[in-house]
Design a protein around this ligand. Structure first.
Ligand code: TXA
Ligand code: MG
Length: 540
């Protein structure tokens, strides 16, 4: 099929209206995003929308009208409650969708079998002209391939829909940029099912108390019921993995730069103010304080990151989920498949080194001197008792639980050290969660300076959280002796473990500061004291 590219002049609107009346599909601009419209009263036409988008059939569509009077005139709803009338008067035409009990004329394809229908009166002149010219209510979801970012330009629509629909009307870039706020007035207390630029506060000023559905900001468990089917699907995702980073501006910039220096395959989805300080490729959403500008830019930005060569991970500067920020957060968290990294406002110092070199002694001295110390071993022990991690370990290595359902750690260790591949699998399962726990523990520390005591700092990729890294080194023979004594191991066992670790050169190359632990306890203490002094003076 050839997709007609139309303008918003009167003649083209007539052409598009004829397509709609004929049961065809037209992508139309609205003030929020482009919609993929069909006659809402024609079930077969509506079905074609689902096919073109690859949309799951259980996800209902919004019915677009051009005049409030159409609701009663066409009996679109079973009842038009007072609160809905107040909302319509306050926010229509505009980016608000109201869910009510559906009228009998609404085909099941539109409501996806629910007994409710979503209605919106858009403000965009081309959308209203198309509705009026066709004389029909229009069912229209966002005009993207299901799962991708919603389209905010005609080009985005063409990228996704060319050859699959009859026509697209080019009305320029959408003003709002994120989809309408969706509210249901069917529940006792009206509930926001999707945030948009019409905010909770603005709505409450008109109809009093509203609730925000849990799924707006949180990931639902597999068996939890959704109020709005659209919320359970992966959405807005570029090809690269998006990760939200919740932190101060300064910590965000430092983190992204260290990730970029280490891996070279990431980009930043950030604010104008960040751009000059970030070494990685950036896509800016706009000024940090201008949430409406960010909303307008969001979907184009999510598409734009895929245009940058060699990007596997996108670190997005996390918005505060309030006001218009709630709409941004809701989209970004879905684009990120709910992956969020929260970096506490602390100065994190990494402490690493080969086993037996004396890392624990150094950690103890730093603690005495006043630093907070977060132990990776403690975090690891917590992580492996969590149900999700235990389940993943059982899936990878078979039944590794004790009769009381706790983890059989000795068994896991035996399997993991049995081969490089198994060790890698163990690390892939546990490291991300261990890091999360370490960041949470760091947030709980009292002082500003927190030491990450982590033998596998680099392997776990926890180094990117550290503003400085200290490594403790000592001669091979000394380490061997200590380990044989401390862990009651045979020399060969110790040698095997040591061979799995990075060599001294690696630690020297990747650390800001080396502690040489070949001398006396007093000498060690002196070195640590000196480093701590420099750290706390801010000059290192
Ligand atoms: O701004 C917008 O709302 C755009 C433009 C084109 O109007 N449309 C849009 O439609 O975003 P769509 O289909 O991409 O998103 C509609 C959302 C989905 O999450 C869907 O599950 C929900 O609204 N929805 C629709 N009808 C519903 C109903 N009866 N009950 C609960 N949720 C409903
Ligand atoms: Mg959509």
């Amino acid at each position: 099929m050839k997709t007609l590219q139309l303008t918003d002049n009167q003649q083209d609107i007539s052409t598009a209206a004829a397509v709609i009346k004929d049961g065809g599909l037209v992508a139309m601009p609205t003030e929020t995003v482009y919609g993929l419209a069909a006659n809402a009263l024609n079930g077969d036409a509506v079905q074609r929308i689902f096919a073109a988008k690859g949309r799951p059939m259980d996800n209902p569509l919004i019915v677009h009208i051009a005049d409030v009077a159409d609701i009663d005139r066409l009996s679109l709803v079973a009842a038009f409650p007072e609160k809905a009338r107040l909302l319509a008067a306050a926010f229509w035409p505009g980016p608000l969708t109201i869910i009510m009990k559906k009228g009998a004329v609404i085909p099941d394809e539109v409501s996806a079998g629910l007994d409710t229908v979503a209605i919106r009166l858009p403000s965009h002149p081309a959308a209203r002209a198309l509705i009026r010219e066709s004389g029909l209510p229009l069912a229209a979801p966002s005009a993207n391939t299901s799962g991708k970012p919603s389209p905010t330009t005609a080009q985005h629509v063409i990228d996704d829909m060319d050859g699959k629909i009859e026509a697209v009307i080019d009305g320029g870039a959408c003003d709002v940029g994120v989809e309408s706020t969706v509210i249901t007035v069917v529940s006792d207390i009206p509930k926001i099912l999707r945030p948009g630029i019409v905010t909770c506060e603005e709505i409450e000023a008109v109809i009093g108390k509203v609730e925000v559905d849990k799924a707006v900001l949180n990931q639902l468990k597999k068996d939890e019921k959704v109020s709005s089917p659209g919320m359970k699907y992966k959405h807005y995702a570029p090809k690269a993995q998006v990760i939200l980073v919740r932190s101060t501006d300064e910590k965000y910039i430092g983190f992204v730069n260290r990730c970029y220096r280490r891996d070279g395959d990431c980009a930043a989805l950030c604010y104008d103010e960040d751009v000059k300080s970030i070494a990685a490729p950036t896509v800016s959403l706009g000024a940090e304080a201008d949430l409406k500008e960010q909303a307008q830019a969001l979907f184009d930005a999510l598409r734009a990151v895929d245009e940058i060569d060699g990007v596997n991970t996108v670190y997005a500067h996390c918005p505060i989920a309030e006001g218009v920020g709630m709409a941004l957060y809701n989209r970004l968290i879905r684009a990120a498949a709910f992956r969020v990294i929260t970096i506490p406002d602390k100065r994190i110092i990494g402490l690493s080194g080969q086993t037996g070199a004396g890392k624990s002694e150094v950690a103890a001295i730093l603690r005495e001197l006043g630093a907070g110390v977060v132990s990776a071993d403690v975090a690891a022990r917590k992580a492996v008792e969590e149900p999700d991690i235990k389940a993943a370990l059982c899936a990878a290595f078979g039944d590794v639980l004790n009769p009381d359902r706790s983890l059989n750690r000795a068994r896991v260790a035996r399997i993991a050290f049995g081969s490089r591949k198994n060790l890698q699998r163990l690390n892939d399962i546990t490291h991300p969660r261990i890091i999360e726990i370490m960041l949470e523990m760091a947030a709980e520390c009292e002082g500003e300076l927190v030491v990450f005591d982590a033998p596998q700092l680099f392997e776990a990729k926890a180094d990117v959280f550290c503003e400085k890294i200290i490594s403790v080194l000592s001669d091979r023979e000394k380490r061997l002796e200590r380990l044989v004594r401390r862990d009651n191991l045979r020399r060969e066992e110790v040698e095997l473990r040591m061979s799995a670790q990075y060599d001294e050169q690696f630690f020297i190359a990747h650390s800001d500061c080396i502690i040489d632990n070949n001398g006396t306890v007093g000498e060690l203490r002196e070195q640590v004291r000196g480093i701590y002094g420099r750290l706390t003076d801010g000059a290192t």
